[in-house]
Design a protein around this ligand. Structure first.
Ligand code: NAD
Length: 492
């Protein structure tokens, strides 16, 4: 998948070595082995990819919609056939367990399936006789060249939140994947090539800030989808909007989970642990704050800490491993600093995952599950996205207090409640300021046919990723009003 150890770009149906002089190593976070080097492609390379895509768009938009989705049907089959191989690549470059990588690929494939329905999903609407003999139609047309910039934590799924919808609606698509995990898309673009997309319809340019800025400033790029941290999401939104583009920018999160005393505790403990420590906490829908209400504190905390402590940490391809490393050594150091900050701010460390080694993988970026108890709600640690296997506990006396704690934060990606009371669940669902809500569910990840609905500083824009929102984001409406007077008809 590489040439001389270098990750390649894919432009105009050709695999290319970037002309960039700078590269970064791509490392397996469990073994510290260098897998490849990723080029930091230049603005000139982005420009060429966009120009090629713009030319390809002239033909691609004219391909009948039922034909445009045929490569996606083939892609679905190819992704299924290569799912094990892709999952191994994801685990090796991203660190999550093999089972988590398999689940990620399942979600990716579901987006391809939904986009196969574009012939129905991108239909317009119309009225006859809006005035006598006059009809009005609304069509959806593609934008042209669109781009996506994606994060490290879902190298297979997040790009496919966008690509299938973009191309099925008739656009040409440029991806700039995370420079930390470029290998998965090397392989998926080989499958895209096999699926039969014409040259220029799907483009891949590897890189970092220079490539991102070139995308945001390029006059021919009509829309940009972004997923990553909140500061970069805000930057992409502002710079892209200034250049007149449509932007959907998904940012970071700090997701609270409320545990009511009437919850099924055995189930709750298990599900919350999976949410907090799955993917080593590096999910934008990871539970990161637990708010116990009343008696729930005594019923939940000890059992939760016991289960967290028993989680098997290691290399994601090894048998029985339940949690992998975090992405880089810098990330581990940052997370350890944040745990120390929590201590200084008054939290007590109930379970400390710092400074532990995994036998055989001493160079890996491992942090074991960590629980901070009595986290002061106004502290910095209560508000900061940690993006690691660290769970913060708070306590409330009533559901109203708990909802206030849920809403007392800048992010709005997800909030969950565990309860057996329908009334409590409804009160929660109705009141929380987040766009994704879980009721007795720990990772409320919308299926591909629902929008991924982050709010507040977890999302900048209005149309979200996936499903019908994706279709609307990648198309423009054109309204046609037409009159055909009868007297113009030829007499037959
Ligand atoms: P990141 O913001 O560091 O990087 C994301 C992308 O932006 C990468 O492609 C990177 O090359 C680019 N980038 C980074 N810094 C840049 C800069 N200064 N200028 C221009 N481009 C830049 O994010 P990450 O560490 O890869 O991913 C983790 C973050 O993503 C977390 O905050 C997580 O919550 C978030 N995330 C959010 C969602 C969601 O749906 N809201 C989903 C997955 C991940």
């Amino acid at each position: 998948m590489t040439t001389n150890g270098k990750v390649l770009n894919y432009i105009n149906g050709q695999w290319e070595v970037s002309s960039a002089s700078e590269t970064l190593p791509v490392k397996n976070p469990a073994t510290a082995q260098t897998l490849a080097h990723v080029p930091l492609s230049t603005a000139a390379e982005v420009d060429r990819a966009v120009q090629v895509a713009q030319r390809a768009f002239q033909d691609w938009r004219r391909v009948p919609v039922v034909e445009r989705v045929q490569p996606l049907y083939r892609l679905k089959r190819l992704l299924e056939e290569h799912r094990d191989e892709l999952s191994r690549i994801i685990t090796n470059e991203c660190g999550k367990t093999y089972a988590e990588s398999q689940a990620e690929m399942q979600r990716a494939i579901e987006n391809v399936e939904v986009a196969c329905g574009i012939p129905s999903l991108m239909q317009g609407f119309n009225n006859e006789d809006i005035a006598r003999g006059i009809d009005e139609h609304c069509f959806r047309q593609p934008l042209g060249v669109v781009a996506a910039i994606t994060p490290f934590n879902f190298p297979g799924m997040v790009p496919l939140w966008f690509l299938p919808y973009a191309v099925a609606t008739g656009n040409c698509f440029l991806l700039k994947p995370s420079e930390k995990v470029p290998m998965t898309m090397q392989r998926i673009y080989q499958l895209l090539e096999q699926a039969g997309f014409p040259p220029g319809v799907v483009q891949l340019v590897n890189g970092a800030k220079e490539a991102v800025d070139a995308i945001l400033d390029h006059p021919l790029v009509r829309a940009v989808s972004f997923v990553g941290s909140t500061p970069v999401a805000r930057y992409v939104y502002e710079r892209g909007a200034r250049a007149g583009k449509r932007i959907q920018a998904q940012g970071g999160a700090k997701n609270p989970i409320v545990i009511m005393p009437d919850a099924d505790m055995e189930m709750t403990v298990r599900i919350v642990a999976d949410s907090a420590f799955g993917c080593a906490g590096q999910r934008c829908l990871a539970a990161s704050v637990g708010i116990t209400v009343g008696e729930a504190r005594n019923l939940f905390v000890e059992a939760f800490a016991d289960l967290a402590a028993s989680r098997k940490v290691g290399y994601g391809l090894d048998e029985g491993v339940e949690m992998g490393p975090v992405i880089t050594a810098e990330s581990r150091a940052r997370i350890e600093r944040l745990i120390a900050l929590g201590e200084r701010e008054g939290a007590s460390v109930l379970l400390d995952g710092r400074g532990k080694k995994v036998s055989g993988y001493e160079e890996g970026n491992f942090i074991f599950p960590t629980i901070l108890d009595h986290v002061p709600p106004k502290s910095e640690i209560a508000q900061t996205e940690i993006f690691g296997p660290v769970f913060s506990l708070m306590h409330a006396e009533t559901i109203e207090q708990a909802i206030d704690l849920v809403n007392d934060r800048k992010y709005g990606n997800m909030a969950c409640i565990f309860t057996s009371s329908g009334a409590a669940a409804r009160q929660f669902r109705y009141s929380v300021n987040t766009g994704n809500v879980g009721i007795n569910v720990g990772v409320a990840a919308p299926m591909a046919f629902f929008p991924f609905s982050g709010w507040r500083e977890s999302f900048f824009g209005d149309l979200h990723a996936q499903g019908i929102h994706g279709v609307e984001f990648y198309t423009e409406t054109k309204v046609v009003i037409e009159r055909w007077p009868k007297e113009w008809s030829r007499k037959f």
